[in-house]
Ligand binder design. Sequence first.
Ligand code: 5GP
Length: 114
Amino acid sequence: MGNTIFSKIIDKEIKADIVFESDKVLAFRDINPQAPVHIIIIPKEEIPRINNFEMTKHSEVLCEMIDAANKLAREMKIDDGFRLVINSGDKGGQTVYHLHIHLLGGRQMNWPPG
Ligand code: 5GP
């Protein structure tokens, strides 16, 4: 039970192209992909943004999210080069206030990001 669109995806009230699911983590394709592979990896527990990360509470789920990102990168054959992004706050480009990691790949990434 949460307040964002991602909670509805977790609860299967809204459809998403789910590519990974465990007890604690869900990953699905971004609806507006910015690269040939663009996957959103979320904790099922609602953590609004990375600023709310608490070492004692959230270490395990964050590690699982990173592990899922690596597994998916291998599965999607982009493990030779990809990008993980966490946007935080309006100024950081965050639009959905349920913590998520973007996994982007399949094209050349540039730096600095826009
Ligand atoms: P943020 O801007 O918060 O870092 O990223 C939110 C991401 O969620 C955006 O890339 C956006 O395209 C994606 N997104 C927003 N709503 C939906 C949705 O209903 N379904 C899916 N699959 N992705 C969504």
